[in-house]
Design a protein around this ligand. Sequence first.
Ligand code: CAA
Length: 408
Amino acid sequence: MPLLTEENLHWQAKAREVAEKFVRPVAKKYDTIQQYPWEIRDAIASAGLFGVWIPKRYGGSGGRDWNVMNLCLVVEQLSRACGGVGVLFAVNALGSFPILVGGTEEQKQKYLPRIARGETLIAFCLSEKGAGSDAGGLKVRATQVGSNWQIDGEKKWTTNGGAADLYTVFAVSDPTSKSRRISAFLVEKGDPGFSIGKVEDKMGIRCVPVVETCFRNVKVGVDRLLGGVPGHGFKHAMETLDLARPGVAAQAMGLAQGALEYATVYTSKRQQFGAPVSSFQMVQKMLADMAMKTEAARQLVYAAAGGIDEGVPNVTKLSAMCKCYATDVAMEVTTDAVQLFGGYGYMKDYPIEKYMRDAKITQIYEGTNQVQRMVIARHITKEAMGLDKLLGQYIPSEEQDVYEGGAS
Ligand code: CAA
């Protein structure tokens, strides 16, 4: 695991402060009313946290290209207090990474400084009713009209939709092409023809809106075509997800840590059979397993984030691994935390059931964990080809596997 730098520790501490001062006290309230917590957005912006993944030259505090480690440290601390606030923050990285990986210099100069200051909130519009895991199967259409583009169709599960001022929208710009079918566009909230459709009523992450976004003859200039050249949208979406998935992993790991802390405090206070329940060995085993899994997830998330920032070659695999592992851990740990609270844990008066509800979506969004496992398996299978020369000689072929007598 890379050692955390002074700068990493600075942002981690700032996020912890915001989480304890502004997030935890109102987490239950916003979960109940299911409304966007603008006061928390303001606190995050005042602390300068919206700029941690954005390079300094575009108004942020991040590294040369981006800073995924700082993003993860902040998301972890916010999620420890409220998983909804974790994604409310992280989704701005998901929305803005396409600009960082594929935007023109003008697009970067125009949008990134406002995002870094928290003045512009952004959302990522990839999924559609019929295109979830099969992201390449999307149908929203972008048609060239003179030098402009017209966008038509509907997107599903747009996190931050309605609150956001800017939307990164993936659309089919060339239905005849196989590998250059999709382009990404920057749509602004006030663009005529853009509207918010169904607002979802969710199991968890209830303080952040998840909506359908609708595009009816939305006309944008070429200056809003990401990168200025059509056909690179799918690649930009995949590269974005490689950078953003560690943020989901950090959200999950923060939820696991937060649930573990509540469970540890509760089981030390709760008396049964004349002793704190934390003194019983079956409870100790659960707490120890929860702590080990959470720490293992943390090491993997930090290793992936640090590796991505350093430009290691196997970013896609690392990113999928940390997302899949940490989110599975979060589901296990938050479920066990509810168990440790017993009957009280099932009740909404107690803070713990929210952790379990918030954790569930982390196994689903930004690529289901089934997709992550598929991505990991594809990569290790490819890497295994390089090992064939070394190991292949020790694996007998079917022809060599002949019966030569012996025990019957
Ligand atoms: N980086 C760069 N390029 C990549 C890439 C990567 N990580 N992964 C694939 N590509 C490229 C391939 O090289 C290939 O390029 P060519 O056509 O030039 O050869 C092209 O993309 C197609 O690749 P695949 O054949 O691997 O694509 P596929 O159709 O088999 O799909 C997939 C792969 C991994 C399943 C992908 O569709 C995927 O990640 N699906 C999940 C989508 C997802 O995460 N959606 C969540 C959206 S966000 C959200 O959840 C809502 C929210 O607001 C939080």
